[in-house]
Design a protein around this ligand. Sequence first.
Ligand SMILES: *[C@@H]1O[C@H](CO)[C@@H](O)[C@H](O)[C@H]1NC(C)=O
Ligand SMILES: *[C@@H]1O[C@H](CO)[C@@H](O)[C@H](O)[C@H]1NC(C)=O
Ligand SMILES: *[C@@H]1O[C@H](CO)[C@@H](O)[C@H](O)[C@H]1NC(C)=O
Length: 157
Amino acid sequence: MFSTPLCLLTALAALATASPLQRRTGGPAINSPAANSVIMPGQDFDFSYQNMGDYGRSSYNLTVWLFSSELGAFTSGSDTVATGHYFGRFPLKNGAVPTTLTMPDLSVNPGDFGEGQSASNATMYIAVFEEWADWDGSLGEKVAFASTPIIYNGTST
Ligand SMILES: *[C@@H]1O[C@H](CO)[C@@H](O)[C@H](O)[C@H]1NC(C)=O
Ligand SMILES: *[C@@H]1O[C@H](CO)[C@@H](O)[C@H](O)[C@H]1NC(C)=O
Ligand SMILES: *[C@@H]1O[C@H](CO)[C@@H](O)[C@H](O)[C@H]1NC(C)=O
């Protein structure tokens, strides 16, 4: 599922370093949670994402995930590219992006054959894929990506 967006993202990241485009909004960036925030299972935490939307640019939807590792290059057929949790796909229009998210308890069994796992003080990553587009035609929306590390079930705050 990620192989195509990631090729695109690699290309976008290469463009981003050279292009003034990225500097207009400061996005894509995660403002909250702050890097290395301690977030406990079941805890509500502030979520704020700086999107690509601006004059001449439209932001559509965000997809928000929690991953156990930073995303790298994926190979088709990988059975586990990361472990984590899907928070949802949220439209940027009409203030529909939640300002708080709830950290799941990953020790809870997801059902059937699945089994959760306990962890303490684990570095995980809140990751956002943003679908956006501008006057430059694109084959579908452009996909921006940002992620930030957090400490899941930290032992001190
Ligand atoms: C945004 O997401 C909604 C709901 O999933 C979908 O109906 C809509 O087509 C999406 N917008 C774009 C531009 O992809
Ligand atoms: C959180 O960490 C504590 C140890 O600090 C551990 O006992 C507990 O099982 C962990 N909880 C989860 C949900 O992993
Ligand atoms: C939790 O992780 C932080 C950052 O890696 C580390 O400084 C701290 O000592 C760890 N705490 C425990 C109790 O292991």
